[in-house]
Design a protein around this ligand. Structure first.
Ligand SMILES: [Zn+2]
Length: 306
C-alpha cells in the first residue's frame, strides 16, 4: 500500500475542483432537492443553522464539510449506517461522475471521474503498488481508462458517501475486483500508511544469497494498525509471488555490492558517482525528477533504497 501523494499542491486543487462541481450540481436542482439533501446531511454532520440560514450564505459549508470530510470523520460516520442511506450522491456518481468521458457533474468545467484522476495525477494503484493506471484517448474525442474508482467505504452499504472525496480511491482493476464490498482497515489518503506494512523476504538472517534461488524469495507483508485487512482482502502476498525474482535481485545486489564495493567501482571509473552506481544497479530513474514506477515500496523495504 502506498500513500496517494500530495504532489505540488495537486491534492488541494483536486479537492477544490471536486467540491466546486458538486456545489454547481446541487445548485442546479430545485429547492426541494436541496432542502431534502440539507436535512439528510444535517442528520449526519453537526450543522448549526436551519436550511433558510444556510441557503442565505454563499459558502455552502453544509455541503462542502460533508463532501470533503476527512478519513477519520468518514470512519466515524459509518458507525451510523442508517443515516447514510440517502442516494442523491450515489446517483450523481453513477449518472454523471463515472458514466463516461462525455458525461459531467458540471458541464461548464467538464468535471467527471476523468478530470478527478487527471487532477490527482495518480498513475500507480495505491492499494498494491503493482498496477499502472492508464487513461487514453479513444480517437473520437472521448477517453478510455484501465482504472476504477474504488469506494473505500462501499457505496452499496453507504450510498450517501458515494461522492465524498476521500472515499474515492483511484485503483487498478485487480484490486477493485478483489476488494468488492469489503471494508479495508486503512485508506491510501491517510498519513503514515506506508509505515504500516513492511515487506520482507522469508529467509534466515545472514543467509548467503548466492545459494538462494529466486523461487525461495517469498515476500511477506508485515502489517500493523489495521493493515491486516488490506493485505488479506487484496491478496497481496499471493500476488507478490510473481515478484520473487525482483526481491531476489535486490537481495543479491545488496550482498554483492556493499558501500565499499560501490566506492571501489567509482574509483575504477566504472560509474561517475556512487549515487549513479546505485541507481543503475537498482534500476531506479537516473533523472531524480523522473516519475517512479511500480514496486517502489518493495525496493525500499527489501533493497533499502528509495
Ligand atoms: Zn492494485
Amino acid at each position: 500500500m502506498i500513500k496517494i501523494p500530495e504532489k505540488e499542491g495537486r491534492l488541494s486543487a483536486a479537492k477544490a475542483a471536486h467540491i466546486e462541481a458538486v456545489i454547481a450540481f446541487v445548485k442546479r436542482k430545485t429547492e426541494g432537492y436541496r432542502r431534502d439533501l440539507f436535512a439528510n446531511i444535517s442528520r449526519v454532520m453537526t450543522v448549526s443553522g436551519t436550511f433558510e440560514d444556510m441557503s442565505a450564505r454563499d459558502d455552502w459549508s453544509w455541503l462542502s464539510d460533508f463532501i470533503l470530510a476527512d478519513v477519520k470523520t468518514l470512519k466515524q460516520m459509518i458507525g451510523r449506517p442508517e443515516l447514510l442511506q440517502f442516494d442523491e450522491f450515489k446517483r450523481m456518481y453513477s449518472d454523471y461522475f463515472s458514466a463516461g468521458s462525455d458525461k459531467y457533474v458540471d458541464a461548464s468545467t467538464k468535471y467527471n471521474a476523468y478530470m478527478f484522476i487527471e487532477n490527482l495525477g495518480v498513475t500507480i494503484c495505491p492499494y498494491c503498488d503493482e498496477e499502472y493506471l492508464d487513461v487514453v484517448e479513444n480517437g473520437n474525442g472521448g477517453k478510455l481508462r484501465t482504472l476504477e474508482i474504488d469506494h473505500f467505504f462501499p457505496k452499496g452499504k453507504y450510498p450517501a458517501l458515494a461522492m465524498c472525496f476521500y472515499n474515492l480511491v483511484p485503483s487498478g482493476q485487480n484490486c477493485n475486483g478483489m476488494k468488492r464490498e469489503e471494508l479495508l482497515g486503512m485508506n491510501p489518503y491517510e498519513d503514515g500508511i506506508e509505515g504500516c506494512t513492511w515487506l520482507y523476504p522469508d529467509l534466515p538472517v545472514g543467509v548467503n544469497m548466492e545459494k538462494v534461488p529466486a523461487a525461495d524469495c517469498t515476500i511477506h507483508f508485515h502489517p500493523k494498525a489495521g493493515m491486516e485487512k488490506n493485505v488479506k482482502a487484496l491478496h497481496l502476498e499471493e500476488r507478490y509471488e510473481r515478484h520473487k525474482a525482483t526481491a531476489h535481485k535486490y537481495l543479491l545486489l545488496r550482498q554483492q555490492y556493499d558501500d565499499a564495493k560501490v566506492e571501489e567501482m567509482v574509483k575504477m571509473g566504472m560509474f561517475p558517482t556512487k549515487d549513479f552506481a546505485y541507481r543503475v544497479l537498482y534500476g531506479e530513474p537516473l533523472d531524480e525528477e523522473a516519475e517512479e514506477g511500480i514496486l517502489r515500496k518493495l525496493r525500499r523495504d527489501i533493497a533499502g533504497r528509495g
